[in-house]
Every structure is written in C-alpha cells, then in structure tokens.
Write a protein that binds this ligand. Structure first.
Ligand SMILES: Cc1ncc(COP(=O)(O)O)c(C=O)c1O
Length: 352
C-alpha cells in the first residue's frame, strides 16, 4: 500500500546511504581531516551560553553578516542552508514544476539529479569530454535548444576535480534564459570564483559550503550568494529555522578562526600535488587533474584495490564498473600520515 501511495517520481529512488566503516583513514567523502577535534574546544566553550530551549534565529543573521562582510556583498544576498545540499533543494523547489528541465554536465554531484527527480523535473545531461573537460559548445547548444529553467555548473567539479574556465561560465550565462547555479563547494582549493558575476547577472547564484575547506561537514552549513531579487525568490521556499542554533554557533566559531583554515587549505593543496605526483608514477593508472581536495584516477582492478584498501583500514570512493566513471577511484586528501598510508598500500598492491 505504501509503495502505491508514493509520489511517482520517488518510486524508483533508493535511500542515499553513504558507506560507513571503522577505518584508520576516511578518505571517501572529501572531508577536511586536518580540522578534526581542534575546533571542538572553542565550540564547547560557547555552547555553555546557548539557549537550546529557544528556536534558532531563522535568518541566521550573525553568520550571514560575517559571510557578507568577508565576501563584500550585502547580507540580503546570502541564504544560509542546512548544508549546500539544502540550497540545491531550495533552488529546485523554487523553480522546478513537474516536467520542467534542469541542465547539468556529467559526471557530476548526484544531488542535482536526485533532488530534481523528487520534484518531478527532467534532468538533461551533457557529458564531459574524454579527460572530463567541460564541453562548452555542446552545453550551450543543448541549453539553447531545450531552454532549461535551471542550469548547474560545478566548479571545481565533483568527482572529477576538473574546472570550467571563467570564459565558458560567462558564455553559458550570456546564452541562458534560466537560473545559472554555480556550485563552488571546493572553490577554496582552486581560488578562482564566479562570485563577481553575481553583481552583473541577476540570474546567477553561487553555492558555497563550510563542509570542505572549513571542516564543518558535521554541522551542515552551506550558503548561497545571488542578487537580492534572486535571493528573495529562493527564500520563499526556505523552511523556518532551517539551520539549528548549534550549527549556527559552530559556523560562527569556524568563521572566527578563518585565518587558521587558510593555513590548512594551503597544506591540503600542497599534499594534493604531492599525492598527484606519486600516483602519476604508478603503472596502469590515469590520474585526472584536480583543483579540489580529492583526486580521481582510473586504474586497472579498481574494485579489488578499493576492497584491499578497506581491509587495510583506508576508505576511498569507488564508482562501480558502469558508465563514464567505470574503473575510477576517488581519494580525498587527508593528513600527510593518512595520504602516506594510502599511497603505500596502493603502491604495494600495484607491485604485487
Ligand atoms: C559539488 C558539491 N556540492 C555540494 C555538496 C554538498 O555539501 P554540503 O551539503 O555538505 O554543504 C557536495 C558534497 O559533497 C559537493 O560535492
């Protein structure tokens, strides 16, 4: 009976269940392992004064104010979400009716397609090229023909790590008749951003998160920056109290310690380059260039290697044996010790 009552668009969905193993090095979800535990003391101190009996500030004013000041935009241009996942949902809920179209490049982050499916929308996909590069001409051709209401560009892209040149982003915006959402979840590791385009184009929204560079994935805090007109439109579907007071407090403490995060980001970028060089020296491997805090590579016996690493206490991400990511593994950049353990186990396996 319950199956029959479900929305038609939801019937083919299965619950999203990230793998959970007890491991020495968790390198599967692009988290920031450098920050683990260090922020806790500061958060605990402030928690002592938190009125947990009261509903949180529905507008997340303090954190939005800090972000606005940092980014040089007005507070009215920012929405705080329960992760940038929720911002994606808000955009889809605000603009997509049953049968409306969104356009994405593939492979990319799965949540655009899943959220759009729940809304009853149609997802159009333009494949990335042989080296997972953005195919701007084809993307614009499909966009002009199909007139999607929402376009998602992920920069840097997950899971490939590749980037979309700024000129291509501008071309997409100039040719679009819909909302262009630029997901910059990993921007801090790339350092280029489309945020300046928000001032020029009122249909552009940039998505950011504190989950990656700032190590706050457990607190679930993401945000959007857009024109006040677009922000007001998206805000119409924002649930009240969407970010808990504990999460707002954690975000505030995290942003107060931004200088420390900057050092960590540099360490992660250096480690990414070191791991990339080491991987490139192995046989039967293709390593994709990454500007994020992870590296995607295609390797012989990917599934066996993935399982071998789990057995030795290192969890990375495997994408199955079908589709454009067949034979690909993605490793997040962890601490130096974690990266060394991963590299040693992989080298040992390959030399076996
Ligand atoms: C490209 C991209 N966007 C958004 C998210 C969601 O991040 P969060 O909801 O933790 O802010 C992720 C998480 O992996 C991601 O890879």
């Amino acid at each position: 009976m319950i199956e029959g009552l479900l929305k038609e668009s939801v019937r083919s969905l299965t619950p999203y269940k990230p793998k959970s193993y007890k491991v020495l090095a968790k390198l599967d979800a692009n988290e920031n392992n450098h920050v683990a535990l260090k922020l806790n003391d500061k958060i605990i101190e402030e928690l002592k004064n938190l009125k947990i009996n009261e509903y949180p500030d529905s507008d997340s004013t303090v954190v939005r104010g800090m972000l606005a000041e940092d980014l040089g935009v007005s507070i009215d241009q920012i929405i705080l979400g329960c992760g940038s996942d929720q911002i994606i949902t808000l955009i889809i809920n605000a603009f997509i009716d049953k049968g409306d179209k969104i356009l994405i490049h593939t492979p990319t982050f799965d949540m655009y397609r899943i959220t759009n499916q729940v809304a009853g929308g149609v997802t159009l996909e333009v494949p990335l090229g042989e080296n997972f590069e953005f195919n701007c001409a084809e993307f614009i051709r499909v966009m002009k023909e199909e007139k999607p209401k929402v376009i998602f560009l992920t920069n840097p892209n997950n899971p490939t790590g590749g980037v979309i040149p700024k000129d291509d982003i501008i071309q997409v915006i100039e040719n679009s008749t819909g909302i262009v959402a630029i997901d910059e979840a990993y921007m801090e590791f790339y350092k280029d951003s489309a945020i300046d385009l928000v001032e020029k184009y009122n249909n552009v929204v940039v998505l950011r998160t504190l989950s990656k560079a700032f190590g706050l994935a457990g607190a679930r805090v993401g945000y959007s920056i857009a024109s006040t007109e677009l922000t007001e439109a998206i805000n119409r579907v924002k649930p009240p109290y969407n970010v808990s007071s504990i999460d707002q407090l954690a975000a505030k403490v995290c942003l107060e310690n931004k200088e420390w995060s900057k050092e960590i980001i540099e360490e992660i970028i250096d480690e990414r380059e070191r791991v990339k060089d080491k991987l490139n020296k192995l046989c039967n491997i293709k390593v994709y260039n990454s500007e994020a805090n992870f590296i995607l590579f295609n390797i012989k016996n990917a599934k066996d290697i993935y399982e071998h690493l789990i057995n030795k206490g290192v969890l990375i991400r495997h994408f199955g044996e079908q589709g454009p990511l067949a034979g690909c593994l993605r490793v997040s950049i962890g601490t130096k010790e974690q990266n060394d353990l991963f590299l040693k186990l992989l080298e040992d396996y390959v030399l076996l």
